[in-house]
Design a protein around this ligand. Structure first.
Ligand code: 5GP
Ligand code: MN
Length: 346
């Protein structure tokens, strides 16, 4: 993975005249999204240190999972769901908006029109296929583990050109983004991913602390919910090489569910040798959240685009179901997958 120095140069040029910058992430922000945002925020603060007064804000559509709040600056991210006026002001006043870890403005939900119609300079930094062409500068590459990795390579080059320090907060955030998006070094790994980890570790971060915060900080409720999902909710479809789990509202209530508590659950059925596709459906407010994973040749990105109102990567994708009752969701999944594997494509 190499960043074209000219792209990093353009990135710096676009930043230089700015007085107000807003960094934006996607709905239901994950570790990669928040890592990118807090990493970028820390870097911009170094970049502007001797370049005059510039304010940098960060906005996401809704809540950040609690286990990501340890990252420096996560507590200053504005949530549109809680503070719509502050979020709106940050976007309307910005000269530059940097969209991170999203390939389409629709993933910012209510923020999309404000960004699209704003007179600001727009920059997109992302690693999903099929980037929407809305930005003045699109930095998009699918041959990296995560948006955080792409951001690391961009900022490394931009730092060389501009003499900007990459602080520990920046390194910690980008490492966490990469580490969470690779499911702790399990998937989407490229040689450049290990190079990034090596460079960051050499420059210095507390990897043990990050490991502890992300991997070993479950609540008892979350741990027991995971056990229940595997024991009682996981259903296998051997002829489809698929597994499905449905997390309904009643179960969420029983285990005092908090946003992020089911993070990673969808990966678990893939540990069964014969299972190649795993689906997790989570009942939410007005829709069912869909999470799909593949460890074989099946593209869950296409499956999600066709049947689940979403998209993502070849082996990790998500979406939503609006008109399917929670009791019918297993059935819907089975029928969709049969059609899909049978060659349905329109
Ligand atoms: P997760 O299953 O972890 O929620 O999401 C996995 C991946 O699927 C994300 O990294 C993102 O690329 C994609 N994704 C998740 N939800 C949606 C959605 O509602 N729409 C689209 N287009 N992609 C999604
Ligand atoms: Mn993400």
């Amino acid at each position: 993975m190499t960043i074209d120095p000219k792209i990093a140069g353009r990135f710096c040029e676009m930043l230089l005249p700015a007085k107000k910058i807003a960094i934006v992430g996607h709905h239901n922000p994950d570790g990669d999204c928040i890592g990118c945002i807090t990493g970028m925020k820390a870097w911009l603060e170094s970049f502007y240190k001797d370049r005059g007064q510039v304010s940098v804000s960060a906005v996401v559509p809704n809540h950040i999972p609690y286990y990501l709040m340890f990252m420096g600056g996560a507590d200053s991210v504005i949530l549109y769901s809680d503070s719509p006026d502050r979020a709106k002001a940050a976007l309307e006043e910005a000269d530059v908006v940097i969209c991170m870890d999203l390939n389409s403005l629709s993933r910012t939900e209510e923020l999309a029109d404000m960004i699209r119609n704003g007179r600001c300079t727009k920059i997109m930094i992302d690693h999903h296929p099929f980037p929407e062409q809305f930005a003045d500068l699109t930095i998009s590459d699918t041959e990296v583990s995560s948006a955080a990795e792409l951001t690391w390579w961009l900022l490394s080059e931009a730092s060389r050109q501009s003499g900007t320090e990459i602080t520990e907060t920046c390194r910690e955030s980008l490492y966490t983004g990469m580490m969470t998006d690779t499911n702790n070094f399990c998937n989407s790994l490229f040689p450049s991913t290990f190079l990034m980890a090596a460079q960051i570790s050499e420059a210095g971060i507390d990897i043990d602390k990050i490991q502890m915060e992300i991997m070993n900080s479950y609540s008892e409720d979350r741990m027991r919910l995971m056990g229940l999902m595997l024991q009682e909710k996981m259903r296998l479809f051997p002829d489809l090489k698929a597994a499905v789990m449905v997390l309904d509202q009643q179960t969420k209530d029983k285990y005092n569910y908090r946003e992020g508590d089911s993070e990673g659950f969808v990966n678990l059925p893939l540990k069964v040798k014969e299972v190649e596709i795993s689906a997790l459906f989570t009942q939410g407010n007005g829709f069912i959240k869909v999470s799909l994973r593949s460890k074989g040749a099946v593209s869950v990105n296409r499956l999600c685009r066709l049947f689940f109102n979403g998209g993502g990567h070849e082996r990790a994708a998500g979406g939503r179901l609006y008109d399917v009752a929670v009791e019918d969701v297993e059935n819907y999944f089975e029928r969709s997958l049969r059609l899909f594997l049978g060659g349905f494509s329109a």
